[in-house]
Design a protein around this ligand. Structure first.
Ligand SMILES: [Zn+2]
Length: 92
């Protein structure tokens, strides 16, 4: 019995067929096996990297929020000081 690649109809050996159906759930020649493994590899490497960026964005958002909190605190203190000096100036 001859085995054929399900993508390009190329003849494949029985061991290639066994390997391919086991790993890719379809009979594939070596060329298409490589394509399939490249796809699954790029998918598996893509997933954690996108998680990394979302985590980084999260950290950026937190630090942004922190810096605006600090900014508001400083503005509040400046306003307090200004009012205090204004009261002193007006001799209250
Ligand atoms: Zn093929």
């Amino acid at each position: 019995m001859t085995y054929k690649c399900s993508k390009c109809n190329e003849d494949i050996t029985s061991s290639e067929y066994k390997y391919s159906t086991k790993n890719f759930k379809a009979p594939l020649c070596r060329t298409h096996q490589k394509q399939y493994s490249d796809i699954s590899n790029s998918n598996s490497t893509k997933a954690p990297s996108s998680q990394k960026t979302s985590k980084k964005e999260e950290v950026n958002a937190i630090s942004k929020r922190d810096s605006s909190f600090v900014e508001n605190m400083i503005k509040g203190r400046i306003a307090e000081t200004l009012i205090e000096e204004l009261f002193l100036y007006l001799d209250y």
